[in-house]
Design a protein around this ligand. Structure first.
Ligand SMILES: NC(=O)c1ccc[n+]([C@@H]2O[C@H](COP(=O)([O-])OP(=O)(O)OC[C@H]3O[C@@H](n4cnc5c(N)ncnc54)[C@H](O)[C@@H]3O)[C@@H](O)[C@H]2O)c1
Length: 256
């Protein structure tokens, strides 16, 4: 079935990590399609800037300061979305980070726990908090961000991150299959490398960047918009038989 042209009109997309990179690009794309946006981010001014851009383009958006590692803040984010727009149709869990690059033996407990708090627990809380609302309405789509790193294991730099993203993949699979016959779809995207502040924030050296690019047949990274387009497609009615799966966006290889 082709996508209904106004499918997103008057529907609401709630996005974590909406203040930057893939989250912001997806917020702008949902808005372009006519959806209302709830932009959650630990960095409130960044979420406000995303909303300013949505509104400048004629859309409606609600910024919310939210640290996804706190279940209470995630619950408040979802409540804020429902209060403002009446419902949440789509949840996009984009908040995440590799935090720091280091060898396996240098991963200390604090880094391990922060990786799982942010990438795994944040996704778990958001799904668990929004699902009762979606189940009550008999519909809802959740998209999580995994990473192609889960296929390679992150040797030498990010085992903490790669394994956390592996958990996101499995969480997605389990939730998708548990609720597949109740109107819920749950998918993940697994990008290779995307040109966003993520790379610098996780301390990616120039040499590491060059190794990444050397392994990508297209010899460039994805743009945040290229990931956003896939997320919006996944949430649309052109994608109704897809659930549980991850989609790799890699320019032909990347981490393989
Ligand atoms: N950029 C890449 O190469 C790449 C590749 C694969 C997967 N990913 C994943 O894509 C997702 C988005 O990354 P990005 O590239 O847009 O990065 P980004 O750094 O541009 O954006 C991440 C956003 O998450 C927010 N954030 C961080 N901690 C948070 C918290 N505790 N609670 C709420 N928000 C928080 C940040 O403030 C920021 O606005 C992440 O899950 C990342 O792991 C990125």
């Amino acid at each position: 079935m082709a996508r209904t042209p106004d499918f997103f009109h008057n529907k609401t997309a709630l996005i974590t990590g909406a203040g930057s990179g893939i989250g912001r690009a997806t917020a702008l794309l949902f808005a372009r399609e006519g959806a209302r946006v709830v932009a959650g981010d630990i960095d409130l001014p960044a979420a406000q800037e995303t909303c300013r851009q949505v509104e400048a383009a004629g859309g409606a958006a609600q910024p919310v300061g939210c640290d996804v590692t706190s279940r209470a803040e995630v619950r408040a984010l979802i409540d804020a979305g429902i209060d403002r727009f009446g419902a949440v149709d789509f949840l996009f869990n984009s908040a995440g980070s590799a935090l720091k690059r280091c060898g396996f033996l240098e991963i200390d407990d604090a880094l391990w726990e922060r990786s799982y708090d942010l990438n795994v627990n944040g996704t778990f809380y958001a799904m668990q908090e929004v699902l009762p609302h979606m189940l009550e309405r008999g519909k809802g789509t959740i998209v999580n961000v995994a990473s192609m790193a889960h296929k390679r294991g992150g040797p030498g730099g990010s085992v903490h991150y790669a394994s956390a993203k592996g958990a996101v993949l499995t969480l997605t699979l389990g939730v998708a299959r548990e609720f597949a016959d109740r109107g819920i779809r749950c998918l993940s995207v697994s990008p290779a490398s995307v040109e966003t502040p993520f790379l610098d924030a996780s301390g990616t050296s120039q040499a590491h960047r060059e190794r990444i690019l050397a392994g990508i047949p297209m010899k460039r990274m994805a743009t945040a918009d290229e990931i956003a387009e896939l997320v919006v497609f996944m949430c649309s009615d052109a994608c109704e038989f897809m659930t549980a799966d991850t989609v790799y966006v890699s320019g032909g290889g990347g981490f393989r």
